[in-house]
Design a protein around this ligand. Structure first.
Ligand SMILES: [Zn+2]
Ligand SMILES: [Zn+2]
Length: 142
C-alpha cells in the first residue's frame, strides 16, 4: 500500500437489527448513498422510502452467525433480514459485488449522506419530498 489514504484503515461502523440477534460491521467508506422510492424498498422497509448506502461487498462483514439470517433472493441479488425480527439488514446487489446497507440499521453515524432521490417515478403519492436534492425517475444518470 502506498499513500496515507490507503495506509490508514477506514473506521468501522456497527449496525444491527431491531432485536439485536444480527450485528454487522462495515467500513465507513461508502461509495454512494441515495433515497430509493421504489415500491420494493417501500414494502421491504415499511417506509416512504429507503435511505441506503453502497459499498464493495468485502468491506462489509457479519459479526454474528449467518444462521440468524433470512435470505430472500439468489447469490447475485438478495435481501438479508434478521430471521427473528425480520429487519432488513442489507442487500447484495450488482452481481454480488456490492452491498446496499439500509442506513436506518446503522448504529454508528456514517460520513456519507444520501445526496439524491431515485425511483421518484414510483414514489408513494402520500409522501412529499421537501428537500432540494436531485431527483431521478429511475436509477441515477450522470
Ligand atoms: Zn433481529
Ligand atoms: Zn428501491
Amino acid at each position: 500500500m502506498t499513500g496515507s489514504a490507503a495506509a490508514q484503515k477506514a473506521r468501522r461502523l456497527s449496525g444491527g437489527c431491531f432485536c439485536n440477534a444480527v450485528r454487522y460491521e462495515v467500513e465507513d467508506a461508502f461509495i454512494y448513498a441515495a433515497n430509493c422510492h421504489c415500491s420494493g424498498c417501500r414494502r421491504a422497509t415499511g417506509s416512504a422510502f429507503k435511505p441506503f448506502a453502497g459499498i464493495e461487498r468485502e468491506k462489509f462483514s457479519l459479526v454474528t452467525n449467518e444462521d440468524e439470517l433470512l435470505i430472500y433472493g439468489d447469490d447475485t441479488a438478495q435481501d438479508c433480514h434478521c430471521a427473528r425480527c425480520g429487519s432488513l439488514l442489507y442487500s447484495v446487489v450488482r452481481d454480488g459485488a456490492f452491498v446496499h446497507v439500509p442506513m436506518g440499521t446503522l448504529i454508528d453515524a456514517p460520513t456519507i449522506r444520501p445526496n439524491h432521490h431515485i425511483f421518484v417515478g414510483s414514489k408513494a403519492s402520500w409522501f412529499v419530498i421537501t428537500d432540494d436534492l436531485p431527483q431521478y425517475q429511475e436509477h441515477a444518470v450522470e
